[in-house]
Design a protein around this ligand. Sequence first.
Ligand code: PLP
Length: 479
Amino acid sequence: MDSQSIIEELKKLNKISSQLDISQEERASLLNQTAEYTNNFISTLHTIKGYQEKIVGNLSINNKPASLKDLLTLYQHEVAESGINAASPKHLGYIPGGGVYTAALADFIAAITNPFAGAYFAAPGAATIENEVVDWLKKVFSFPESAVGCLSSGGSVSTLIAFTAARDKFKIKNEVIPKSVVYLSEQVHHSTQKALRIIGLEDVIVRYIPLDDWHKIKPDALNALVEKDKAEGLNPFLIVATAGTTDTGTIDPLNDIATIAAQQKLWFHVDAAYGGFFILTSKKNLFKGIERADSIIVDPHKGLFLPYGVGAVLVKDSNAVLHSHYYTANYMQDGQNEELLKSPANLSPELTRHFRGLRVWLPLKYHGIEPFIACLEEKLLLVQYFRMKLAARGFCLGPEPDLSVSYFWYPFANDADEKNKLLMEEIHKDGSVFLSSSIINNRFVIRIAILAFRTKKETIDEAVEMIDRCLENILSNYS
Ligand SMILES: *Cc1c(COP(=O)(O)O)cnc(C)c1O
């Protein structure tokens, strides 16, 4: 092509390619429609169900332009009204969170301005915002300033980062792997075992530590296991405790475990994905010892009620993290002189990444911390309120939880597991409030996890009414 035809061709292409950079009027119009849609979504959250079973319709991409109005209608029907309504106060299953509005605005701004938050050199302001969030977390958990950390997509990826650091510090590779021992509670989140497998430690020995009646690790039993393994010439290297188990809301005895980990020279990891931010509440004393951990993970998309997609990890040994994650290349040379630890990319598997610092930083700056703490305290009281209501109705309850997750079952005279399963199905069919189930001590149980920031006393009353209704159906149909 000669230069004249290139110019002609560029003119033609520009007409089409410029459609991606829309005009100010169109931007305002699209933003208005989006604001109206999302405002309406939030205003009507209380009136729609917590769970709706649905067969999703056609969402395939056909390369034909559509109007935003049509797309929002499609979204509402096929996405917003299908499955668990996770933004709703009525999400009381798994581990909810909610999605505070100011975090969504931060995401919007982050996406429009699109700084390259992985490298300090490329976006010093954005990297600093992420580092400020990490520094704040270090203060919250009394970690030393020398600790490092980053924001990840969630607890699972945070766990990968913490475990690779532990693996590399202890040089767990090759023939050492099958002799190495990891100590877990049966109540660990499954992302723990999954992370071991992903990072090449599938063949380590996993010991499950005996638990007490409150589902807490027994420190003496842990110590005995480690002693025995050492005596047999094995290589104990990692103990995982949980600050807020998913199924039972339990905090392991962190301080006692920290002492054993220090004596036995184990890497002490605390999974505080769900429970971590309760350290800001009246439950603070239960977290004693978390500051002695080698690594912790915590999920702002749970305990800070931010939209899904933000977890955090803190690790004391920066060299271990750098060993796993620092890498460079010729095309990175412009930024090489900047300090290593200021660039999140050196502490995480991600290079180009979502600027997720802003969705944590902006809500904390805008609201201050008080409303977050009040929200967490509220959840602690709501679970007590719920348990009292259920006890009064003859339900059996799991042990008093440390945090805001609890479980229960109805003592049907026969086939209790089967009938509690039917009760769960009935609750899902009803759907006004969403609960989920689990198996604890070989028993089928129904869980309530109160963490959505919009969940209030009225929601719990609605849950109890629903349970009454569903129980009545089971009792009249199957007794
Ligand atoms: C949710 C959770 C995880 C996993 O975190 P994701 O953000 O879902 O990846 C790990 N541990 C605990 C205790 C959790 O509650």
